[in-house]
Write a protein that binds this ligand. Structure first.
Ligand code: PLP
Length: 445
């Protein structure tokens, strides 16, 4: 058996994959990765426009980060979470230095869902209130509380309706739930709807509003100007905490360290993971305001993890954050969005009638593919599977055939390459998308 077949054979026999009917999948066997590319055992190279699951912000195998992992592994692979350790202290300091306002204490987790679980627990204990509000168009992770908070259909298989969660509609101009015709109208109506939801739920029972500052998995939803500030103001008026979930959009993805920085909004709690160390070693966490931290100054916080602040993960974060600053990767992400991806994707929309909308920031974009630009009917229905999803499957297959690994979500393709992708690779990716979009055009009404 050749190497590829041996890898696939053991995978099919023994690996149980996320979100999948196990016998209906055929995972690609990946042999290696570097920069914005990975490749298989047959010599096919893919330009990764999904950054794994939107987390390799610094690209694959960045030599400085790999060296830091090797150095830390040689020195000390692990130590219990209760000790003060150099790289853990330094990772927390570097994160706190970048988070807005007084979010200066960091609780480390192993990923995003655990960060959300703990942020919500902190908010409930701090306020003494049970409910948490989150958006229908959202994804917050796959542990119990995080998945119940999630709006998108991945919740459906798990929703127990017992998690103290209330969903609301956030702003989304292109598919406005508020019949709005301008950004300002969308913003005002979305804020009024949120406040109505809070009032009718009973504000005194609401601990927190949990929000992705730019919706990631639900479609690169950039909020209208004033929305996040408006949410902050409503929360303040009702004594409700604001939790911003920066798991997907933090650490350069939108061209700022944090997406919330675009609107200068400071939450009470901020969750992060993914880009904090480009996922080379699993790490996530919660950045905590002084006021919330004070609640647990003399009262124990009832939560903890064996691997909280794992030193290998923290060393990786130190190297990633330092390298991102040294190499200007956050600024590069912003420039790439303004000068290359934004104009390039808009030019594609002019050529391809299946593109209903282009939206995004930095190295985080989405193309909304439609059957009809006038009606905005999605190219595939909401939550489509099987034959219903075939047009997006054909589009994805065309991307892969051209050498680009796309992130397809519902009727959209998200464009999320490494934040330090070079201009030549952006041009190459746009060319491949250009030809794959002809396949989408052919599936229009
Ligand atoms: N929150 C957001 C906004 C996410 O996008 C994700 C994952 O994509 C999560 C939470 C969950 O993170 P993880 O898969 O690391 O648990």
């Amino acid at each position: 058996m050749n190497a590829r077949d041996a890898v696939k054979d053991a995978d099919r026999k023994h690996v149980f994959h996320s979100w999948s009917a196990q016998e209906l999948i055929d995972p690609l066997a990946v042999a290696g990765a570097e920069g914005p590319y990975f490749w298989d055992y047959d010599g096919n190279r893919y330009l990764d426009f999904s950054s794994a699951l939107v987390y390799t912000n610094i690209g694959y195998q960045h030599p400085k980060v790999v060296a830091a992992i090797q150095e830390q592994a040689a020195r000390m692979c692990t130590v219990a979470p209760g000790f003060a350790v150099d790289v853990r202290s330094e990772a927390a300091r570097l994160i706190a230095e970048r988070t807005p306002g007084d979010l200066d204490k960091i609780f480390f987790t192993n990923g995003g869902a655990e960060a959300v679980e703990n942020a919500v627990r902190m908010a409930r204990l701090h306020t003494g209130r049970p409910k948490v509000l989150s958006a229908y168009r959202s994804y917050h992770g796959a542990t119990s509380t995080a998945l119940n908070l999630t709006g998108d259909p991945r919740r459906f298989g798990t929703d127990s309706a017992t998690a103290g969660v209330v969903h609301f509609w956030g702003p989304f101009r292109y598919r406005s739930p508020f019949y709005a015709t301008t950004e300002a109208e969308e913003c005002a109506r979305a804020l009024a709807h949120l406040e109505d939801t809070i009032v009718f739920e009973g504000a005194q029972s609401v601990a927190a509003v949990l929000l992705e500052p730019v919706g990631g998995a639900p479609g690169v939803l950039v909020p209208p100007a004033g929305y996040l500030a408006g949410v902050r103001e409503i929360c303040d008026r009702h004594g409700i905490l604001l939790i911003l979930d920066e798991v997907m959009v933090g650490f350069g993805r939108t061209g700022r360290w944090f997406a919330a920085d675009h609107w200068e909004v400071v939450p009470d709690l901020m969750t992060f993971a993914k880009g904090v160390n480009s996922g080379y070693v699993p790490l996530g966490g919660v950045a905590i305001s002084a006021e919330v931290a004070e609640t647990f100054a003399r009262r124990p916080y009832p939560g903890g993890l064996t691997y909280s602040g794992h030193v290998l993960a923290c060393a990786t974060a130190v190297a990633t954050l330092t390298t991102m600053a040294e190499e200007g990767i956050v600024e590069q992400s912003a420039r790439t969005g303004e000068q290359l991806l934004g104009p390039g994707l808009r030019a594609l929309a002019e050529r391809h009638p299946s593109v209903g909308e282009v939206r995004g920031l930095g190295t985080f974009w989405a193309l909304e593919l439609v059957r009809d630009r006038g009606t905005r009917e999605p190219l595939v229905p909401f939550n489509a599977s099987g034959a219903d999803a075939a047009p997006m499957g054909a589009f994805a297959a065309a991307c892969k055939k051209g050498g680009l690994w796309p992130l397809v979500a519902g009727n959209r393709v998200h464009v999320a390459p490494a934040c330090n992708i070079g201009a030549d690779d952006v041009a190459r990716g746009l060319e491949i998308l250009d030809s794959a979009l002809s396949v989408a055009d052919a599936h229009m009404a």
